[in-house]
Design a protein around this ligand. Structure first.
Ligand SMILES: [Zn+2]
Length: 424
């Protein structure tokens, strides 16, 4: 089957591309999901969905109570207020609110006109074996990469106790070693590290550097992490003599290089712009692309997977990826994960990079969110691909279903693994 515009209507081709997009399992390369064996770190269900920080921010804009009054309530009561505010008193037209509607529909629940009590009561049985697997299947996610913080005492205990007891369905979760605590808040770490048997000092002596390297290596192996990651502020600069800069250069980059692991940099978060909003109070700032250029140029044997949070950074990031094979661009992250921006960014990346990028990751925090995050992203990606295949076929290159399959496989899965295994 080839794409002949005169013979195949746009809808026929959209159907074909959609079908392929849905048949191709995704490696969801950055999430905050945990399988059930991680206990209360694993978030799922209606109340967790409604109290997602995206929806909290939207609710608190219009809720007639103070922030403190809101935060003093129980999770269930907060969920009630969010449902009442965004779904009963208003139309759930924002991306995050529509996402809840998509999830409910795919779980067989009609949302409109239903009470929250009814929706809670009719929710599929989450204690059932295979529930997690069913949700991943509904999203078309083959494997999901977690965000694993080795400095978090609670998570650390779980890894030390039950890492080998993955239940069926849980082997679809891969680990990523998250180093925000090390790179963004080193001051608080030496005491903890000493308690755990690492001779780390607040001064970055040779011994401390070696011990931090040992820590990262041991935890990467324990978790079988597929990459190392950090989120960074819009003001991130390198090299600048800061503790972060020294730790990156002397600890993190050498370990990643030795272990052949990519370092994922998520750049552009402005933390706590409104601290009263707690976890909903982070914002976005334009970062300096020269930092990415510098890292890729100065560390040609390191692999960098980079996503940037501001729309203004997207074009220069795609151009930078043309210059460095050790740079993999990924995702339309957080405030960019809206159909209008995913469409714009994906279109531009296809134009500048062909299919050599990773178009999306869900960033899901609550299990069922993978359903909407992927349903919405796949629809936009399919539409952009149809547009590009049409342009290409009009230029004189008929596109076959096999071509489309190969492209989508690269975008959703192949590029991630090839880059992870790339030898530099
Ligand atoms: Zn994230």
């Amino acid at each position: 089957m080839t794409f002949v515009p005169e013979q195949s209507g746009k809808n026929a081709w959209l159907e074909k591309v959609r079908e392929i997009v849905w048949q191709t399992p995704v490696v969801d390369m950055h999430t905050h999901l945990f399988p059930r064996r991680f206990g209360k770190l694993s978030l799922t269900g209606m109340d967790d969905l409604l109290t997602y920080h995206y929806l909290i921010a939207e609710t608190l804009r219009v809720l007639p109570m103070t922030y403190d009054e809101y935060w003093s309530l129980s999770k269930e009561r907060r969920a009630d207020l969010i449902w009442q505010t965004l779904f009963v008193e208003r139309t759930p037209i924002s991306e995050a609110a529509r996402g809840v509607v998509t999830i409910l529909r795919r779980l067989g629940l009609e949302a409109k006109g239903r009470s929250l009590a009814e929706l809670r009561a009719n929710w599929p049985d989450r204690s059932e074996a295979g529930y997690t697997e069913r949700i991943l299947d509904l999203a078309g996610v083959g494997q999901a990469v977690m965000t694993n913080d080795p400095f978090d005492p609670e998570e650390r205990e779980i890894w030390l106790s039950s890492v080998s007891t993955a239940r069926p369905g849980e082997n679809r979760f891969l680990a990523a070693l998250r180093l925000d605590a090390l790179l963004n808040d080193y001051g608080s770490l030496p005491v903890r590290l000493n308690n755990w048997g690492y001779r780390a000092d607040s001064v970055l002596t040779e011994e401390t550097v070696a011990e931090l390297g040992r820590f990262i290596k041991e935890w990467t192996e324990r978790m079988r992490a597929v990459y190392v990651a950090v989120s960074l502020p819009d003001t991130f600069s390198f090299p600048d003599g800061s503790t972060r800069s020294i730790l990156l250069e002397r600890v993190v980059l050498p370990v990643c290089r030795d272990m052949g692991l990519p370092l994922a940099l998520m750049i552009g978060v402005k933390r706590g712009v409104n601290p009263a909003l707690l976890e909903a109070g982070d914002s976005v700032g334009k970062a300096d692309i020269r930092v990415v250029e510098r890292l890729c140029a100065d560390f040609p044997h390191n692999k960098f997977m980079v996503t940037m949070l501001s729309r203004e950074n997207q074009h220069e990031l795609a151009v930078t990826a043309r210059k460095f094979r050790n740079l993999m661009v990924f995702g339309s992250w957080w405030f960019l994960n809206n159909p209008s921006l995913v469409g714009e960014i994906t279109r531009m990346r296809l134009e500048l990079l062909g299919t050599s990028f990773i178009p999306q990751h869900s960033d899901a925090r609550i299990l069922e969110q993978v359903i909407y995050k992927w349903a919405h992203a796949k629809e936009v990606i399919a539409q952009v691909l149809v547009e590009k295949y049409r342009d290409l076929s009009e230029a004189g290159w008929p596109v076959s279903a096999a071509d489309i399959r190969r492209d989508v496989e690269s975008l959703f899965e192949g590029n991630f693994w090839r880059f992870k295994n790339l030898k530099l």
